[in-house]
Design a protein around this ligand. Sequence first.
Ligand SMILES: Cc1cc2nc3c(=O)[nH]c(=O)nc-3n(C[C@H](O)[C@H](O)[C@H](O)COP(=O)(O)OP(=O)(O)OC[C@H]3O[C@@H](n4cnc5c(N)ncnc54)[C@H](O)[C@@H]3O)c2cc1C
Length: 446
Amino acid sequence: MTATTPTKDITIVGGGIIGCSIAYFLTRHASYSPSTHRIALLEASSSNAGGRTPDSIQDPSTLVDPATASQRNPAHDGIAGGASGKAGGLLALWAFPQNIVPLSFRLHDELAKEHGGDKRWGYRRCWASQVECKARTPPGFGGKADVDPASAAGGPNIKGLHKDHKKDTKALKKLGAPEDLDWLDTEVSLTGYEGMGTPENTAQVHPELFTRSMAQLAEDRGVKIITGARVTSINKSADGTRVESVTYEKDSAAHTLPTSDCVVAAGPWTPRLLPSVPVTSARAHSIVIKPARPVSAYALFTAIALPAGFASSSKPQVVEPEIYARPDGTAYACGPTDTAVPLPPTNAEVEVDAARCADIAHQVAGISDELGRDAEVVARQACYLPQGGPYIGELGGETRGIVVAAGHTCWGIQNAPATGKLVSEIVLEGAAKSARLGGCDPKRVL
Ligand SMILES: Cc1cc2nc3c(=O)[nH]c(=O)nc-3n(C[C@H](O)[C@H](O)[C@H](O)COP(=O)(O)OP(=O)(O)OC[C@H]3O[C@@H](n4cnc5c(N)ncnc54)[C@H](O)[C@@H]3O)c2cc1C
């Protein structure tokens, strides 16, 4: 700290992976000092139960060694209660946008080395592949009667989360799947296989444990984390040129926090505070499966042909669940997005449609006995995917001191560390230094 270091009151809105990574990197910036910089992170929710069925595993650290995994801090309940706790957790050098991806991929690796991320948040290198399969009706799963067709995720071809991995499926090599991909019923169902990512350029984390860790590490260096605190307004100075404070509701009372720099990282809720930021959202369901033995480290982008009469589907269709083996011995699978239920006020009100989770389970079981017949579904969940960005940077206009970091699409877990680092530079140095903001800069696009 030098005598010229200005005093800053920094308020971060949102305790998802983006807000928590920003909090972490602010406290690691060379000019940060807890004596001159007050940082508060406000998270609207005070529980992670929203968007998860009551019978789901509520704390993923219970699946691994409690001595080394990131532990639940009850004072932080609500952190990672949205997409940041229910995402797959894939990281890839081939993700987008490419102006920040290499920085973020490298930072993930460095964070894991510095803080024991392999044990603390399940960081590991993995393979990624694209597979084309034909499902057979899985034993132990009923036909149509199992699922209410009215709530089936319908449409003849259901697209996944748009990770943009698709190549011409006709170009997929016939078979040729690696031997250790032995949990897919390759002999029965595989019609095409192509490698997409290798451990050189692909990795994964458990997103809830990673986000939890960023929050804890930031708090250990002086960030004040307040959950159950929903920001209702960002207040400007009388002449409108600067942010002055932030108002939030907690326990039915309004509180005002002096704020010189307000970073809005409210994921899909961002436009409710900053209407000029065009982040949109769509709901997505996912499940966590516990097979009888851990399965090898592959992330699979599937195209599964379902015959007519398969589970809830009356017509033949192609579905694209993504399936990620995890180092905690589980596998994660997510389905397509839907717009059946608009974004609720907070994470607590996110509705899980059990039929959509059942669809994903049936589809996975249709190509893998290990993940179907011989496995247990231990979590059924839903969350809202933020779309449209990412937007990272100070908003233009006459008011200084409002920074946005939102709209990270299906690569927000991958791009969180770079976002955190860049926002720390924008707030404490006045400009992004470690990577070009390019098309992420809200001043260029809004
Ligand atoms: C099914 C699925 C799978 C995915 N898989 C991957 C993957 O494999 N790899 C990858 O890189 N990305 C993946 N993603 C994308 C990733 O999950 C998101 O991009 C990322 O989690 C967004 O983080 P966030 O912090 O911006 O938003 P969120 O996680 O939604 O967090 C925003 C937080 O802000 C809080 N908030 C909102 N309004 C207020 C307010 N007014 N006051 C206070 N707090 C507020 C909310 O309660 C919430 O906790 C996936 C997404 C989905 C849906």
